[in-house]
Design a protein around this ligand. Structure first.
Ligand code: SAH
Length: 249
């Protein structure tokens, strides 16, 4: 059996209970070494074979999995954060389907959740934004034209940008062209021991990253959720009745 597992955003104790158990039972772990905290690998047993996928091709990863299956071994494919976001798991699952090899997926705490925790922020504030756009600046992996950053920014909702820290001049330009004159924050290595939170504005993203030597492993968060104004929730309003509580005023 092959288990895709989300390792969480950094801190080793942010892996799920299921993910830790699967690591403990694995004969082989193929981990995304560029971003998975090595401390997470301590959940694997002493006899477990470890492979860093950073230096492997898709074909080599699948070849290793297939060989393990032939030998009756259990494989964990360990991805950073949650595997469904920029995880390149679809192409692996499709190859495994072609080979009729069984797999399942265990979710993880994505770095965008880790970043909200680091910021002590809520992405969806009443009266501010009720949507979160997760996207990236177009780079070597192109972003479809309909999802150009300036178009995304024009919605005025909360945005979280992955994989864009090396392109902050362009990010600034695109966001401002879309009308996002809002607070912003760079969260470097959310939930890692050396986590850093850099609050700024959209217009100062590039300079803030430069001044703090942040070039990678960071998320860019954008929007008025980083400001001070918002409406309180209906759910906990004394004057609001819902299926679990009668209004008291
Ligand atoms: N599947 C992962 C994302 C993988 S793409 C997830 O759910 O988080 C890799 C990008 O994610 C990095 O370039 C960076 O933008 C972001 N990232 C991953 N871990 C991070 C962390 N702990 N703090 C800030 N950004 C992180």
């Amino acid at each position: 059996m092959i288990h895709f597992v989300g390792a969480g955003s950094g801190s080793a104790d942010l892996i799920t209970v299921r993910g830790a158990r699967l690591l403990g039972e694995a004969d082989c772990v193929i981990y995304a070494g560029s971003l998975v905290n090595p401390a997470v690998l301590s959940y694997a047993g002493p006899a477990c074979a470890l492979y860093d996928s950073a230096g492997m091709t898709l074909e080599e990863v699948i070849g290793r999995m297939a060989e393990n299956e032939r030998a009756g071994k259990t494989t964990v494919r360990l991805h950073t954060g949650d595997p469904s976001l920029y995880g390149a798991i679809r192409e692996q699952m499709d190859r495994l389907d072609e080979l009729s090899l069984p797999y399942d997926v265990t979710p993880g705490v994505s770095s965008f959740c880790g970043a909200a925790a680091a910021l002590r922020a809520e992405y969806t504030l009443p009266g501010v934004s009720q949507s979160v756009i997760i996207t990236r600046m177009t780079g070597r992996t192109p972003v479809p034209e309909g999802e150009a950053l300036r178009k995304m920014a024009s919605h005025g909702c909360t945005m979280v940008l992955f994989l864009s820290t090396g392109l902050l001049e362009e990010v600034e330009r695109e966001l401002l062209a879309g009308g996002a004159y809002t607070p912003a924050a760079i969260v470097y290595k959310a939930t890692w021991p050396d986590e850093q939170v850099l609050r700024c504005t959209v217009g100062t993203l590039a300079r803030t990253a430069r001044d703090n030597c942040v070039t990678r492993t960071a998320l860019i968060t954008v929007g008025d959720f980083l400001g001070t104004d918002y409406g309180r929730s209906m759910l906990y309003d004394p004057a609001f009745t819902h299926s679990f509580r009668e209004a008291t005023v």
